[in-house]
Design a protein around this ligand. Sequence first.
Ligand code: ADP
Ligand code: MG
Length: 364
Amino acid sequence: MTEASNGQVTKESVLAALQQIEDPDLHRDIVSLGFVPEGDISICGSNVSVRIVLTTPACPVRETMKEQAQQLITSLPGVEQAEVTMDASVRSTGIGRGPKEIEGVRNIIAVASNKGGVGKSTVAVNLAIALRRFGARVGLMDADLTGPNIPTMLGLGVGFQADTGLGIVERYGIRAASIGFVLKRGLPVVWRGPMIGTGVRQLMHDLPWNAEGELDYLIVDLPPGTSDASMSAAQEAPIAGTVIVTTPNNVSLEDAMKAVTMFEKLNVPVFGLIENMSYFVCPHCGDRTDIFGHGGAQQTAEELGIDFLGEIPLDPSIRSGADTGIPIVESDPESPVGRAFAEIAQTVAARTSVQHFFATTAAS
Ligand SMILES: Nc1ncnc2c1ncn2[C@@H]1O[C@H](COP(=O)(O)OP(=O)(O)O)[C@@H](O)[C@H]1O
Ligand SMILES: [Mg+2]
């Protein structure tokens, strides 16, 4: 029996109302997706409070959903006030997917391309900090063992000695590890393939990533190409998905296609393409110039049947943020570039939730 009989609101009627809200990525209603724990619906006379638990704090429709829920509940008979709390619990994509999970890490997201200098590390760092700013617990692993850039980009400098003694350093609220933390400045790493593989494995499995609690997302910054590091990363841990970074010119796009093929062969899901250095807005006249052409990545993504995740303009503040060690998402999150990274972070978080959903529905 529900509210209809006596004008009293019940948990059932609240759930029935909330069933009208659909998750835009999963195309299912939020009740059947388990986002509304029954234990978190409380009814006191004509006051209803509900907690909706999303699969990521970086959900782009969080506020819209909250308003929708509030409206739907208030319009139920017998309800005067509705209080909707939005929460998130990031689910793990790793379980039962072959390679050994990294303990305490719920989702691994790799950033890759087949080319150097297209902005992988830049995207990895800003993506990590953007996810953190949404409230997620985030780690950043520098898998570019022969050319580690994460220390500089986080303002820690090459040769910075991890003060924890554990190889993981906390910076801007994220937990980062790089071989660069323990190298002497200017000293090149000359490693052969098998050693690189071992290095990646050690970074993944021998560091205490969860020493200070679980991580929702571990972003892995890969070196360019179909290298030993990328292969090892794909084989050593269950990667939720890869983000491929490319510039809009054809040569870079060709390489991006190769990266997509490689990950597909390795059975690692590809979340999609990011077009970096997409266009330049002149700081003097405000005119937009498409230095490397424009829109190529979107077209390539369509051809490859993968998603286009967004575009980042060419902006001197990105370069100076990388060089001074204060990433743009940290120093100026509200700038157009900061917002572009935040939007991409939301898209990537949504893709991760979708990946979890498919992995679990396929398994059950
Ligand atoms: N959108 C951008 N605008 C301006 N400079 C950028 C942008 N993306 C990357 N850079 C700069 O380009 C260089 C290469 O980027 P990086 O992230 O190191 O590339 P990768 O990791 O792919 O080799 C760095 O100096 C970085 O600061
Ligand atoms: Mg790099």
